[in-house]
Design a binder for this molecule. Structure first.
Ligand SMILES: Cc1ncc(COP(=O)(O)O)c(C=O)c1O
Length: 477
C-alpha cells in the first residue's frame, strides 16, 4: 500500500533525512545528537531537522518546499500557497502587512483573533469594527450580516477580514458577504484557523476560496493532524499582489523554519487529497453518534447542533457543550474532567468546547461519553438562560487609533480609577483570544466588571499588564 510520503515531497524529504547517516556542519546546533549530552534533551531535539540543510540543501537546490506549496495551492484551487511554522498568527500578519499602507482602513469582525489585531498595529491599518449577529436561541455569534458590512462601505475599507468558522463553529453567510465586497472590488481575507478540513467532504461546509474569497489562513495543527504552530496561507491573485504577500511573509517569518511543521503541512495536504472525504465523513458520523449517546440522558438540547443554524453555517465536527442548559458551570465541568486527564479546548461558564479531529476514533468518543455522562449528571441543576459571553458581545468605544495607543506613553491605574481612560493593552479571555478591549479603546465600567467576573469564573485573562486586573495600563492623558 502506498503511504502519504509517496505523494508528499516535504514529508518524504523529512523522513529521508533520517534514513542516511549525516555529518552536519550546519545549524541546528543539536545536530540530531543531543542525546550524547543528555537523554532528555535528545528526546526533544534529535528528531528535528530544518528546511535549509535538512529537508533541502542549504541553497534550496531541490526546491522541495516550492513543490509542496504548489501542490497545496492546486488542491485548494488557488494560485499561491505558503507554509508557515509560526501558526495562523504569522499567516495573519503576513497577509495583513501586504494589504495597504499605514492609515488605510480595513473592515473586520470584532470576534477576530488577537493575532489579527496585532497585525493591524504592525501594519498601521485602522479597524472598522463589524459586530457579529447573535443567535437568540443559543446566544452564540453567527457571523457578520451583509447589512453590517454594507453600512460601513462609505468609510472606504480596503479589505474585509473575516473569521470563519468562529470559535464555536458558526459562520457568516460567506457567499453573500464575498459578493457584496467584490461588488466594490474589496478583497476578502478569511482567517479560517479552525476550518482546515472545510471543502474536503460533503458533510462539512465548502472552504472560503471555493466561495470566491481572496485569501485563506488556516492552522494545520488545529482541525488537522499537523505539527504545533503549522499553518497555511493560500491566496488568489485577482485583488491581491503576490509579490507583496511574499515580501510580508518573509519579513515576518523565521529564517530558520523547522522541518517537522513544514513536512506535516504537506502530509496533511496529501491526507486531505487522498482520504479527506472518507476520514471527515467518518469523523462526522462518530461525532453525531457521540452527541446522541450523551444527549439521550438529558431533556434539553445540551450541544450546539447543525439544525440550530441556517444550512451550511455550522461546522458539524465541532463539539460545543451548552453548560447553561444543564444549569452547570462549564468551568466546574472542565475541572472534574481534568481529574480524569481529559483536557478540553475551552471552557467558560456557559460552554465547553471539545476539539475533535481526524485523529480521534470511535473508541475515543465512546470513552469520552463514558466519562462525560456521569460528570454532567452530577453537575445537573436548574437550566439557566444563555448569557452571551463577554468576548462575543462587546461593542468598543474607540478613542484613538490602536497603533497610536500601542506606542503611546502609558501609566498603571488602579481598576477603580481606570474607568473612562484609554486602554494601552489588548485584553482577551483566552481561549478564545477575542479582544474585550483593544489598545486605543475606552475602559468602560461594563468592560471592567465583565473582565473581573470572567476571571472570577475561572477563565484565564490574557495579555493584561496586571494579570490580576487590580490595575490597568492606560494611555497617559
Ligand atoms: C481564529 C483564530 N485565528 C488565529 C489563531 C492563531 O492561530 P495559531 O495558534 O496557529 O497561531 C487562533 C488561535 O486560536 C484563532 O482562534
Amino acid at each position: 500500500m502506498s503511504s502519504l510520503r509517496d505523494s508528499a515531497p516535504l514529508l518524504d524529504a523529512y523522513l529521508s533525512y533520517f534514513e542516511v547517516k549525516r555529518h552536519p556542519f550546519t545549524i541546528p546546533g543539536h545536530k540530531q545528537r543531543a542525546s550524547r549530552l543528555d537523554a532528555g534533551l535528545g528526546l526533544v531535539v534529535d528528531s528535528d531537522t530544518p528546511l535549509y540543510g535538512g529537508l533541502d540543501e542549504i541553497k534550496l537546490t531541490n526546491q522541495v518546499l516550492k513543490r509542496a506549496q504548489l501542490l497545496a495551492a492546486t488542491l485548494w484551487g488557488a494560485d499561491y500557497a505558503r507554509f508557515s511554522t509560526g501558526g495562523s498568527t504569522h499567516a495573519n500578519q503576513a497577509i495583513i502587512l501586504a494589504l495597504g499602507k499605514p492609515g488605510d482602513k480595513v473592515a473586520l469582525s470584532r470576534t477576530a483573533h488577537r493575532s489579527v489585531l496585532s497585525a493591524l498595529v504592525l501594519a498601521g491599518l485602522e479597524p472598522i469594527w463589524l459586530t457579529p449577529e447573535i443567535d437568540a436561541a443559543t446566544g452564540v455569534p453567527i457571523g457578520i450580516a451583509v447589512g453590517e458590512f454594507e453600512k460601513i462601505l462609505d468609510q472606504g475599507p480596503i479589505a474585509l477580514l473575516l473569521t470563519e468558522p468562529g470559535y464555536l463553529g458558526t459562520m457568516s453567510d460567506l457567499p453573500a458577504l464575498i459578493e457584496a465586497a467584490h461588488a466594490h472590488s474589496i478583497p476578502v481575507i478569511v482567517d479560517a484557523a479552525w476550518g482546515a478540513h472545510f471543502g474536503f467532504s460533503r458533510h462539512v461546509p465548502a472552504h472560503c476560496l471555493a466561495y470566491g474569497a481572496d485569501a485563506l489562513i488556516t492552522s494545520t495543527h488545529k482541525a488537522l493532524p499537523g505539527y504545533s504552530a503549522s499553518a497555511l496561507l493560500i491566496a488568489q491573485g485577482r485583488y491581491l499582489n503576490f509579490d507583496r504577500i511574499e515580501q510580508s511573509f518573509e519579513t515576518t517569518h523565521t529564517t530558520s523554519p523547522a522541518g517537522a511543521p513544514l513536512a506535516s503541512i504537506d502530509g496533511c495536504r496529501a491526507l486531505l487529497q487522498t482520504r479527506g472525504e472518507e476520514l471527515i465523513s467518518e469523523l462526522v458520523r462518530n461525532i453525531d453518534a457521540f452527541k446522541s449517546a450523551v444527549q439521550s440522558h438529558f431533556d434539553l438540547p445540551i450541544f450546539l447542533n447543525t439544525s440550530d443554524f441556517p444550512a451550511g453555517r455550522f461546522d458539524p465536527t465541532k463539539i460545543v457543550l451548552r453548560a447553561n442548559q444543564l444549569g452547570a458551570s462549564g468551568i466546574e465541568i472542565e475541572k472534574v474532567l481534568q481529574t480524569q486527564f481529559i483536557r478540553v479546548e475551552m471552557a467558560d461558564s456557559d460552554t465547553v468546547v471539545f476539539l475533535a479531529t481526524l485523529a480521534d476514533s470511535k473508541e475515543d468518543f465512546d470513552e469520552l461519553a463514558r466519562m462525560l455522562i456521569p460528570t454532567l449528571k452530577a453537575q445537573e441543576k436548574t437550566p439557566r438562560p444563555t448569557a452571551t459571553s463577554l468576548s462575543w458581545s462587546v461593542v468598543p468605544t474607540v478613542a484613538i487609533s490602536m497603533r497610536d495607543a500601542y506606542f503611546a506613553e502609558t501609566q498603571m491605574l488602579l481598576a477603580e480609577n481606570a474607568v473612562g481612560h484609554i486602554s494601552a493593552d489588548l485584553i482577551a479571555p483566552y481561549p478564545p483570544g477575542v479582544a474585550v478591549v483593544a489598545p486605543g479603546e475606552v475602559l468602560t465600567k461594563t468592560i471592567l466588571e465583565g473582565l473581573s467576573a470572567t476571571k472570577a469564573a475561572g477563565v484565564r485573562i490574557a495579555y493584561a499588564t496586571d494579570p490580576n486586573l487590580a490595575s490597568y495600563r492606560v494611555v497617559k492623558p
